[in-house]
Design a protein around this ligand. Structure first.
Ligand code: ADP
Ligand code: MG
Length: 253
């Protein structure tokens, strides 16, 4: 197995509570790997550690074969890992296309992250960036709304735009945290189709936390199940669904 993310015996405590308990799991390069489990299982904490938002108490996180434990999000970004996040408020008055152009592909991570938070620093006249943004918006089939203000886009279109940003910066591993939340069924299909195309056509690896089991079942293989801070199962969704203990404990009936 060619693990692009390899979490080795990682733990994180909050006061007396162990959120992640000596957890080991890995994400294979080129996969769309799902992470599911009941509320409080430690999924977000695990994600936050992988993405560099939280430093583990113990254990090691490997990315692309290197120890990245404790590295900051922008340092991970520079290595090609990106977590999508919601389009910040100040960007809602910019068009969809301008939102993508805020993320020039050739800048190092730190200044790029600054760029995201400082609209004034956009290289708006950079023809190459504009062309790339147009390509990305075409790929996502959002060309019809490229001149709409981002604030006027639907929840699902905003999610597509967030996905588009990862394409502007050439991340190759993308962490998605509950992308389906607040997205209507039709756009959810578009979102899923785009994630699949980014995976199959462009070679992106995805690591996905999601509550929508249909979406997980459609997109993800393998699916990793966490409970009480530990990985308790891993396999294709059909296998997970067919495991009576897991079904009993986590899916209800
Ligand atoms: P999940 O995403 O699977 O629902 P979380 O990782 O959010 O689980 O939470 C795991 C456990 O850690 C929960 O009991 C939660 O209340 C606790 N927890 C998460 N973040 C914090 C925090 N910043 N401070 C204290 N407790 C936290
Ligand atoms: Mg969570």
């Amino acid at each position: 197995m060619d693990a692009v993310i390899d979490v080795r015996g990682v733990s994180k405590r909050f006061g007396g509570l162990t959120a992640v308990n000596n957890c080991s799991l890995s994400v294979e390069r080129g996969s769309i790997t799902g992470l599911i489990g009941p509320n409080g299982a430690g999924k977000s904490t695990l994600f936050n550690m992988v993405a560099g938002n939280i430093v583990p108490d113990s254990g090691t996180i490997m990315f692309d074969g290197a120890d990245v434990t404790g590295l900051k999000p922008h340092e991970l970004f520079r290595r090609g890992m990106l977590r999508t996040f919601q389009i910040a408020h100040e960007f809602s008055n910019m068009t969809a296309l301008e939102n993508l152009m805020m993320v020039p592909g050739d800048q190092p991570g730190e200044s790029l992250l600054n760029t995201w938070f400082r609209p004034g620093r956009v290289a708006a006249n950079d023809a190459a960036v504009r062309q790339k943004a147009l390509d990305v918006i075409d790929f996502l089939k959002l060309a019809h709304v490229k001149n709409e203000l981002a604030g006027n886009l639907s929840g699902g279109q905003k999610k597509l735009l967030e996905l588009g940003r990862t394409m502007m910066v050439d991340a190759h591993v993308v962490l998605l945290d509950e992308v389906a939340a607040g997205v209507n069924k039709t756009l959810l299909q578009d979102l899923a189709a785009n994630i699949e195309r980014m995976n199959t056509e462009l070679g992106y690896t995805f690591f996905v936390i999601e509550h929508d089991m249909d979406l997980i079942g459609r997109l993800c293989d393998p699916v990793i199940v966490m409970a009480q801070g530990e990985k308790i199962a891993e396999g294709p969704m059909e296998e997970i669904r067919a495991n009576p203990e897991i079904v009993e404990a986590y899916f209800g009936s």
